[in-house]
Write a protein that binds this ligand. Structure first.
Ligand code: PFF
Length: 502
């Protein structure tokens, strides 16, 4: 395997790659979803199960995806074609998923931007107290911030991997971590009320966890680690010999989990110290950061403005570095396959995602006097369910399956033969190799299938029959990917990193 392309347009340092991949992983999933899911699913019991999921499933899938990219030095379609040509259709699926996610993730990024800007509005009592509903139901304001957010992401991608993504990650990720540490320390020093928040967040309750909590932990681990969506394949493709796949994956997993855990350590103690009446079921749902936290900052007086700005700036950094990684997936494929220039491709994809985000914004906010509803869902939930509950495990499954079963040209159930095949191919994880092979071959793919099946069954139970619209749409999308792949990409060269023109 030759990795000589990576120096031309790739990550130049191991730490640059780790920070960029950690930037992809650390996002709204960490600062928003993890804390509320933890408090809703048994506190420390959930954290424990989550850590086990990251160690057993997440890290294995992460190594598989990074290596898939690294060995191919190319976009996900070419990467899968290099495993087995017909599998290239999975490459199309894992390019479609992040593109769908970008369309709604940038809406959330826009909201965050608005909250950060709003932190310094002149009258302290009005600071951030502007309630959520009037803002999201406004026709143009959320769109305006979404566009700004997309422009920021596009500008970084246009700079390329080395000068755009790597450089920005080296500044933004340490900044995020420092802000987070300050906020945690401040919030933990808010007085006696803090204890109630810690209890609310972390009190172990295995009865509240249950099987559904375990499935939620596994799904959260996948989303949080940006797995099954081509992002790690794309970033991995820009790594060269100097970057160790195993070590990098472990560092990314640890960093991602640490940030998620710390976020809860700031959020819940602050709520319980300053606004304990909000520490109920509402704090265990999506209202947490956009509805409850602004009220908490408001109660802090002047310093609340600074803290609000720091907090939402941190969330912007997290969301921005994530959106960069998911937009990059389609930009990489299009520019390599069609030999188009990176800047123009980024611009076109940003415009496409921006246009798609318009109905999503209006759908969530109910602007124009009513919500846009698709089969009973608002558009954001509809796309999120398709991408995360149904399609994402498909992507993660094929990454592990490819590494566990298809690298060796002669299929074998013998893990030792696979181990040798992987070594010959260039993946050597040292002392961890044997465990990795057994996991990637047998355990992780089965656990991913479990997440897929139980996740969908759970959603069918909670949403009822309307959830079939999500399942059917997802299957239709996969069918379209298969048709498009075999009609246009199967026989033709789909490009590699070496084909990029800047
Ligand atoms: N990992 C990000 C988060 O936790 O918010 C979200 C994300 C980024 C999902 C990139 C998927 C992806 F490909």
């Amino acid at each position: 395997m030759k990795n000589n392309q990576s120096s031309k347009n790739g990550f130049i340092s191991g730490i640059g790659f780790i920070l960029a991949a950690a930037g992809s992983a650390v996002g709204l999933g960490n600062l928003w979803a993890f804390p509320y899911k933890t408090s809703a699913n048994g506190g420390a019991a959930f954290v424990l199960v989550y850590i086990i999921c990251v160690a057993l499933v997440g890290s294995i899938a992460m190594i598989s995806e990074i290596y898939l990219g690294k060995r191919a030095q190319a976009n996900p379609v070419t990467a899968y074609k290099k495993i087995k040509r017909p599998l290239g259709f999975i490459g199309i699926v894992v390019i479609l998923i992040p593109t769908l996610i970008t369309c709604y993730y940038c809406v959330l990024g826009g909201w965050t931007l608005r909250y950060a800007v709003n932190s310094f509005q002149s009258i302290p009592s009005a600071n951030n107290a502007v309630t959520f509903a009037p803002f999201v139901s406004n026709v143009f304001e959320p769109l305006f911030y979404t566009v700004i957010f997309l422009i920021l992401a596009a500008l970084i991608i246009m700079g390329g991997i080395k000068d755009g993504i790597e450089k920005s990650s080296k500044i933004l990720m340490p900044a995020l971590f420092i802000i987070l540490i300050f906020i945690v320390i401040y919030c933990l020093c808010l007085g006696d009320g803090v204890k109630g928040g810690l209890e609310f967040y972390l009190k172990p309750d295995f009865s509240a966890l249950g099987f559904s909590g375990i499935i939620a932990a596994m799904g959260q681990a996948f989303f949080s680690l940006s797995l099954g969506m081509g992002a790690m394949i794309a970033y991995g493709s820009y790594t060269g010999e100097n970057i160790k796949v195993g070590k990098s994956a472990v560092m990314i997993c640890i960093f991602d989990t640490l940030v998620a855990f710390l976020a809860g350590l700031a959020i819940f103690p602050a709520i319980s110290a300053l606004s304990p009446e909000n520490l109920g079921a509402n704090a265990q749902g999506p209202g947490l950061i956009y509805q409850i936290l602004p009220k908490v900052f408001d109660k802090m007086g002047g310093i609340g403005q600074v803290l609000s700005f720091a907090f939402f700036s941190m969330v912007i950094i997290a969301a921005l570095t994530s959106v960069i990684s998911i937009l990059e997936v389609s930009v990489q494929f299009i520019s390599q396959k069609f030999k188009t220039n990176r800047k123009k491709t980024t611009l076109i994809m940003a415009i496409v995602c921006g246009l798609c985000s318009i109905p999503i914004t209006w759908s969530v906010g109910g602007a124009y006097g009513g919500k846009i509803v698709v089969f009973g869902f608002d558009l954001l939930t509809f796309l999120d369910e398709i991408a995360n509950t149904v399609l994402m495990p498909v992507g993660a499954f094929f990454a592990c399956f490819s590494i566990g079963w298809l690298i060796d040209k002669k299929p074998t159930v013998n893990p030792m033969k696979t181990l040798n095949a992987l070594k010959n191919d260039g993946l050597d994880l040292g002392a961890f190799s044997k465990i990795f092979v057994i996991m990637v071959k047998f355990v992780t793919p089965l656990l991913i299938l479990l997440v897929e099946i139980m996740g969908v069954i759970g959603k069918l139970q909670s949403y009822g029959n309307i959830y079939w619209s999500i399942i059917i749409t997802s299957l239709l999308l996969i069918a379209i990917c298969v048709i498009v792949f075999f009609a246009f990409f199967y026989k033709k060269d789909c490009g590699t990193n070496a084909d990029e023109i800047n």
